[in-house]
Design a protein around this ligand. Structure first.
Ligand code: HPA
Ligand code: ZN
Length: 324
């Protein structure tokens, strides 16, 4: 099974670039940029990755982000992730980045995106890995801040395929961002939003995503299983869910393999992804192996999940055909 998973050409659609910051790299960047960290060794950092819910995770995630300062830092972060992904058999990836988490520390938008874009170009030529970039807005920041970042992105809109919404979901519903997502749509961006598992009002958030924002995809979103009408709407509209099993195990103490199986059976286009692999200590192959080892998934199930990923990828049809 390991060989099958490793050899399968894969697409990943839900991975936060800042969540790929490995502890060794975090410590090296802290030293290079003169930033003091509470933890001084990789082992000590890893011991601090002890999350029980979304907010305890986000605290550690934002603390790690502070070490990213220069264009070269963003290049290295992205290129290292691309190297790992390519060696895991990923052929296409859509990566999220969180510009507000950097601009609020005084890092210019163009420094962030130039570094990431340079890594994408090098990954294409040196690793044969195709990638696209999704700009996420932090939902615990204001809608005005999101709009300002949409404007900042416009000179680089050829480098960005879509916008997403992440960070702390509590009291930050999709409707708060209706205007900026509508503007993003007008600018030609694809739309997705996180509806993390078991959040307060999660079904309302999923409904708003579908009926108000009219998203193209939902990140997580597996609570839709609690409402047959929601599942039917997802199937009818061909809206995919990007699910992250090991992330779920950290955040809601379950791999959610039964839910993933039910979604597959209902014909919802579910996919498997790593979310924040450096923090959850599991890249895409480990997520797939967990479904096989602990969830009883078969090779056919895994192939279906991966076909779903290529089908809902934000790639032009002629490029998609290469993978399907
Ligand atoms: N959920 C919400 N926001 C995030 C996540 C996540 O898993 N990772 C990075 N930002
Ligand atoms: Zn996520």
């Amino acid at each position: 099974m390991h060989q099958f998973i490793a050899g399968l050409p894969k697409a990943e659609l839900h991975v936060h670039l800042e969540g790929t910051l490995e502890p060794e790299h975090c410590l090296a960047l802290a030293q290079r940029n003169g930033i003091s960290l509470e933890h001084k060794t990789p082992e000590s950092l890893i011991r601090s990755y002890d999350f029980c819910d979304l907010s305890s995770f986000l605290k550690v995630y934002y603390s790690g982000i502070r070490v990213l300062v220069t264009e070269q830092d963003f290049f290295e972060l992205a290129f290292r992730y691309f190297q790992r992904a390519a060696s895991d058999g990923v052929v296409y990836v859509e990566v999220f980045f969180d510009p507000q988490a950097h601009t609020m520390r005084g890092i210019p938008f163009d420094v962030i995106i130039q570094g990431i874009h340079r890594a994408q170009c090098e990954a294409r030529t040196a690793l044969g890995l195709e990638s696209n970039l999704i700009m996420c807005f932090l939902r615990d920041q204001s809608a005005e801040s999101a709009s300002e970042h949409l404007t900042m992105s416009m000179p680089f809109n050829d480098w960005i395929v879509g916008v997403g919404l992440d960070s702390d979901e509590k009291n930050n519903p999709p409707s708060k961002f209706a205007k900026v997502f509508s503007d993003a749509r007008d600018q030609g961006y694809q739309l997705t939003m996180h509806c993390d598992v078991n959040q307060v009002n999660t079904l309302d958030h999923i409904r708003e995503c579908l009926d108000l924002i009219k998203v193209d995809r939902i990140d997580h979103g597996l609570n839709c299983l609690e409402d047959d009408q929601l599942c039917s709407a997802l199937v009818e509209r061909g809206i995919g869910l990007t699910i992250c099993p090991v992330s779920n195990r950290f955040v809601v103490q379950s791999l959610t393999s039964d839910a993933i199986r039910s979604l597959l059976q209902k014909g919802v286009k579910v996919t498997v992804n790593s979310d924040d692999p450096a923090y959850f200590r599991a890249y895409i192959n480990e997520n797939l192996m967990a479904l096989i080892d602990e969830g009883g998934f078969t090779k056919e199930d895994i192939k279906r999940l991966m076909t779903n990923a290529f089908e809902i990828a934000w790639l032009p049809g002629r490029l998609k055909a290469k993978y399907l």
